[in-house]
Write a protein that binds this ligand. Structure first.
Ligand SMILES: [Zn+2]
Length: 96
């Protein structure tokens, strides 16, 4: 059976089965957080999951849900998007 190694702030390294973890994914970002109940102290821990962690957890069959708890798109992100549009010359790639 697959075991997932993570660490508990109280107990150090712990090994879990995929069923012991729950992954919460942030839409469109491929990152999120995961929760697990430490098998030693039985405290529920929550950890950030980067792209690598997310792909490992999904590959091992951890249950996940998609949650949208990010703040709405910011003015800065809109500005960056518009800048990227300008830079990409996307009109040249349109058919016709
Ligand atoms: Zn623990």
């Amino acid at each position: 059976m697959t075991t997932i190694r993570t660490s508990c702030p109280l107990c150090g390294d712990v090994e879990l089965a995929p069923a012991d973890l729950a992954l919460r994914l942030t839409p469109c970002r491929g990152t999120g957080t995961y929760q697990f109940r430490c098998p030693h102290c039985e405290e529920v821990q929550q950890r950030p999951a980067n792209h690598r962690v997310v792909s490992i957890l999904l590959a091992t069959g951890v249950a996940y849900e998609v949650v949208d708890e990010e703040t709405p798109i910011s003015e800065r992100e809109i500005a960056e998007f518009l800048t990227a549009l300008d830079r990409a010359n996307w009109r040249e790639h349109l058919p016709g």
